[in-house]
Structure formats: structure tokens, C-alpha cells
Design a protein around this ligand. Structure first.
Ligand SMILES: NC(=O)c1ccc[n+]([C@@H]2O[C@H](COP(=O)([O-])OP(=O)(O)OC[C@H]3O[C@@H](n4cnc5c(N)ncnc54)[C@H](OP(=O)(O)O)[C@@H]3O)[C@@H](O)[C@H]2O)c1
Length: 325
């Protein structure tokens, strides 16, 4: 099968298209034919080993001391079950699924990927294309986990800082549609229209205005790109208000299993509470270009990779517009 492999840390060019053996599912595994995956900022950081100095030791142990331990990146994907092990009852060949590879050693940048039967995969939301489903995993989960910590009540005021990224675009939609909050989004001039279209009642351009100087008016301030010092965020909070940070608050709660969350994700997407913004779509062979683009730190929502272009239905235009490179 074809896979994008990296054997050393470095710039996008370390990613190489290679022919490697197709995996064979064990009795308790399913084999997914991957139709679409994504490039996230997390993939780019793992590829380049861009890690703050204080996290380098742990990151080397996790990612690989001298070279990457998991040579195929790709944290989220959508595709079709090709075959199942003889003990598997949860899926059957032909089921359309979307998945997180986070607990399966990554590996979305390949034509096939094996998962344990009870791994982080579920039937694909019927209303989403493969590309959209692949782009609806990490960003939605992170936004939802953070927002749930704040116990947001209808009508409360929330500010989403970094409202145009994968996490931010979902946070704006979920805050508005699921929690019924009044949303203010913070983004640059170029993304104001997009953030408004997602449901923000008010949008602040961070290149022109400082949201922290406008008074303590929000019940919740969510830094969805982890770019502002907590003290800055707190300047905009009412007394007793809650500050959320995607890096600190996006990990799973102790009383939920991640599979349970994943199954809820499908319901949430089918109910239309959030829909992924697709910025660009690249074919598998152009993954180096896709990484170069995401490296710049300015993608709007998500960047999708079509692993098997022939199989991927055309993406519907999301707010902000679908753009092919
Ligand atoms: N996506 C996931 O699956 C996931 C899951 C868990 C945690 N996280 C973490 O959450 C953080 C955000 O992830 P992401 O995937 O949402 O990132 P992303 O999509 O790569 O973020 C890009 C967006 O951030 C905006 N941005 C950049 N600098 C900004 C600034 N100074 N102020 C406001 N906005 C700014 C950019 O808008 P402009 O072009 O206007 O600057 C761009 O739209 C990352 O640190 C990531 O590691 C992500």
C-alpha cells in the first residue's frame, strides 16, 4: 500500500511517499481503507519536533529519541471497513467510519489502517463527506471538552480567542448551537466574515483591538490557540468567570471513556451542532505542500488530504470556502 512515511524530524520534505506492506487485521481488529485524512498543527509539530524546551525530554521519549518511533503521521481519518477479524462484531465490511488514531499510534497518512474493534472509531456521520468527517475529530473533541468544563448556561457570554482555527471554528459553533451562549470571536481581519458566519454575534479583530481593554464582561474566555497569557484573558472575565485554555483543558475527563465521547461526537455532528470548516483540500501526493501551508499557522479550520481521490465525494463549500491548491 502507499503511505507517507517520515524517518527523521525536519521540514515538510522529510515526508516521503512509499510502498509498504498492507496491514493484516488480527482476530480483534478491523482494517479501514482510508479515504481522507487531515494535516493538523499537531502533525506538523511531531514532524518537525517543534516542542518547547521544558517538554523536550518527555516528547523525545513519546515520539522517539533519535528518530520518529511512529513513522506514519495522521491523527484523524475517514474511510470504509475493508475487512474484520473473526471475533469482531461491532463492524462489518462496507461500513463507513471516521476515526481518531490518537490511541492507535497515528497512521492516517496511509491507504489502510488497522484499529482494535473498540478503538476510537464510529460510523461516519451521514451528513458529512469523508473529508468533512476526517476533519471533525480532533478540533471538535478539543472544543467540546473545554467548553463542557465551564458549565455554560444559555445566554451567557463567551469569548473565543483564535476563532478561525480548527478548535476555534468548532468552539464558536458549539458555544452558540449547543450551549446557546452569546459568542464573541477574536480573529484577524481576513477571518471576520467566516467567524460571523459560524454564529459569533460579535467579532474582534486582534490586529486592531485588544479585547482585554474593553472591561470585565465575559462569563467564559476560551483561548482556543493557547496564545494569550492567562492574566490577559482574566482582564475580560467578570468576577467568578472561567478561563479556558486548549492546551490545559482539552484532555479527557476521568469519568468518561474516550470511546463514549467518540460515539457522542457522531450524534452531535449529525444534529448539526457544528460542521467543519474546510480551508484547503490536497491530494495524497501533495502532502508536503499541505504541511508547508499548515506550518505557517494561519489555516482556517481544517486542511484535508484525499487519500483516494476517486472515492471521495466532492466537499461541500463550508463557510470561508473550499479551496483546492
Ligand atoms: N486541532 C486539534 O485536533 C487539536 C486538538 C487538541 C489540541 N489542539 C491544540 O490547540 C491549539 C489550536 O489548534 P488548532 O488546530 O485550532 O490550530 P490551527 O487551526 O492551526 O490554528 C490556526 C488559526 O490560529 C489563528 N491564529 C494564529 N495566531 C493567532 C493569534 N495570535 N491570535 C489569534 N488567532 C491566531 C490563525 O488565524 P490568523 O491567520 O488570523 O492569525 C489561524 O486561523 C494548538 O496548539 C493545538 O496543538 C488542537
Amino acid at each position: 500500500m502507499k503511505a507517507i512515511v517520515y524517518t527523521k524530524y525536519g521540514p515538510p520534505e522529510v515526508l516521503r511517499l512509499k510502498e509498504i506492506p498492507k496491514p493484516d487485521p488480527s482476530d480483534k481488529e478491523v482494517l479501514v481503507k482510508v479515504h481522507a485524512t487531515t494535516v493538523t498543527i499537531g502533525d506538523c509539530r511531531m514532524r518537525s519536533f517543534s516542542v518547547p524546551p521544558e517538554q523536550r525530554l518527555f516528547a523525545r521519549l513519546y515520539l522517539g529519541i533519535f528518530r520518529p518511533r511512529r513513522p506514519i503521521l495522521g491523527m484523524e481519518l475517514a474511510g470504509e471497513i475493508e475487512s474484520v477479524g473473526k471475533n469482531v462484531t461491532r463492524f462489518k465490511p462496507g461500513d463507513l467510519v471516521f476515526a481518531s488514531t490518537f490511541e492507535a499510534n497515528f497512521g492516517g497518512y496511509a491507504e489502510y489502517k488497522c484499529f482494535p474493534e473498540y478503538g476510537l472509531l464510529a460510523v461516519k456521520p451521514a451528513n458529512l463527506s469523508f473529508g468533512e468527517a476526517a476533519a471533525s475529530v480532533g478540533g471538535v473533541t478539543a472544543a467540546l471538552r473545554c467548553l463542557r468544563r465551564a458549565n455554560i448556561q444559555p445566554g451567557q457570554k463567551i469569548l473565543v480567542y483564535g476563532a478561525s482555527g480548527a478548535v476555534g471554528t468548532n468552539a464558536v459553533q458549539l458555544a452558540r448551537n449547543l450551549f446557546r451562549a452569546e459568542v464573541t470571536g477574536v480573529c484577524s481581519s481576513a477571518n471576520m466574515e467566516l467567524v460571523t458566519s459560524l454564529g459569533a454575534g460579535r467579532v474582534i479583530d486582534y490586529t486592531r483591538e485588544d479585547f482585554g481593554r474593553q472591561g470585565k464582561i465575559y462569563d467564559v474566555v476560551f483561548d482556543a490557540v493557547a496564545r494569550i497569557p492567562p492574566a490577559e484573558a482574566r482582564k475580560a472575565l467578570r468576577p467568578g468567570g472561567m478561563y479556558l485554555n486548549v492546551h490545559r483543558d482539552a484532555h479527557a475527563r476521568r469519568n468518561t471513556t474516550t470511546l463514549q465521547e467518540f460515539l457522542e461526537l457522531k450524534e452531535l455532528l449529525e444534529a448539526g451542532n457544528t460542521r467543519p470548516v474546510i480551508d484547503r483540500v490536497y491530494p495524497f501526493e501533495q502532502i508536503v505542500e499541505a504541511h508547508r501551508y499548515v506550518d505557517q499557522g494561519h489555516k482556517k479550520g481544517n486542511v484535508v488530504i484525499t487519500v483516494d481521490a476517486a472515492d471521495v465525494p466532492p466537499l461541500r463549500t463550508s463557510p470561508g470556502g473550499t479551496q483546492r491548491p
